[in-house]
Ligand binder design. Structure first.
Ligand SMILES: Cc1cc2nc3c(=O)[nH]c(=O)nc-3n(C[C@H](O)[C@H](O)[C@H](O)COP(=O)(O)OP(=O)(O)OC[C@H]3O[C@@H](n4cnc5c(N)ncnc54)[C@H](O)[C@@H]3O)c2cc1C
Length: 262
């Protein structure tokens, strides 16, 4: 690992002041530290944002569940507010990695990284999430996730919190990688008064909103409603874990299972 300057900052202003083309933010370090060790990421300044108090915590206001960006997966998994308002989100957090990863990894780090197999991005899509940033931007999830490991975040822009719209019903189903627990395929279904969303992770290079499944489920919220919906394997990932055809089939299987489990 190359040498670098470590900064433990107290507020966003200080973080932004140090931020440059040669810096990175450090939340739980679950991606950043291994990348640095492997030489995939080299930085002059590593800016630890875990000490910024306003970035952590969970609040529910009836319609919206707000989660601070440095809130860990373990905190989301055990939160009474999350369990009460969006139980499927607490269950998703409980299914991430292992206890070490859940105790260090953060929701903000997960969505800023936008790993194609990460769990939270599918929840953001299905739960009409808005991502609030230090540039006073409120970015809707569909425009936030741009491509593989790519988001609309600008250099030096910090995710402050994520607002989830509380659904009537929701459920998340995934096929976990047996080693890491990342989703080989993960499907998040959320039902609202005015329609149903289906967020899919693991299947393509970037999380996506399956509009065909969502449309059919918006008409009739039952697993049989998607029997005749075609999920194409075109553009799906194919690797040692699963072929594109297998992934396409699993998207439908999990969408049905999620509806039945809601
Ligand atoms: C062994 C292992 C297993 C895992 N299994 C799963 C799994 O099953 N499912 C899953 O979804 N994930 C999984 N993960 C990922 C993990 O849960 C973390 O969410 C992810 O690695 C990001 O880590 P972090 O939050 O510590 O962020 P860091 O590593 O600290 O940061 C990651 C990136 O996000 C940026 N960043 C962090 N916070 C912010 C912020 N607030 N604003 C702007 N940019 C920010 C950093 O600059 C960096 O580029 C796994 C990771 C490991 C190591």
């Amino acid at each position: 690992m190359k040498t670098f300057n470590y900064h433990l900052v107290k507020d966003i202003k200080e973080a932004k002041k140090i931020s440059s083309a040669h810096s990175t933010f450090l939340a739980g370090g679950m991606t950043t530290i291994p990348s640095m060790k492997l030489g995939l990421g080299t930085y002059k300044d590593v800016i630890d944002i875990k000490g910024i108090k306003k970035l952590s915590g969970i609040k529910s206001s009836g319609k919206i569940l707000k989660i601070g960006s440095t809130t860990t997966h373990a905190e989301v998994a055990k939160s009474k507010e999350v369990k009460k308002s969006i139980p499927s989100l607490a269950a998703l957090a409980e299914g991430i990695g292992d206890p070490q990863v859940r105790n260090r990894g953060t929701i903000g780090g997960s969505i800023a990284n936008n790993d194609p197999a990460a769990d939270y991005p599918s929840a953001c899509i299905a739960l009409n999430a808005s991502i609030n940033t230090s540039n006073n931007r409120k970015i809707d999830a569909e425009s936030f996730f741009k491509g593989m490991f790519e988001t609309t975040l600008k250099k030096g822009e910090i995710i402050e919190s994520i607002d989830f719209e509380i659904p009537q019903k929701s459920n998340y189903q995934k096929l976990p990688n047996p080693a890491s627990r990342y989703a080989v395929v993960g499907v998040y279904v959320a039902k609202y008064k005015n329609g149903t969303n289906v967020g899919v992770t693991g299947a393509k290079p970037c999380v996506y909103n399956d509009k065909n499944l969502g449309k059919a489920l918006s008409k009739s919220f039952s697993s049989s409603a998607i029997d005749n919906v075609n999920v194409s394997a075109s553009g799906m990932n194919s690797d040692i874990h699963a072929s594109a055809y297998y992934r396409a089939n699993m998207v439908k299987v999990f969408a049905k299972k999620a509806v039945e489990t809601c």
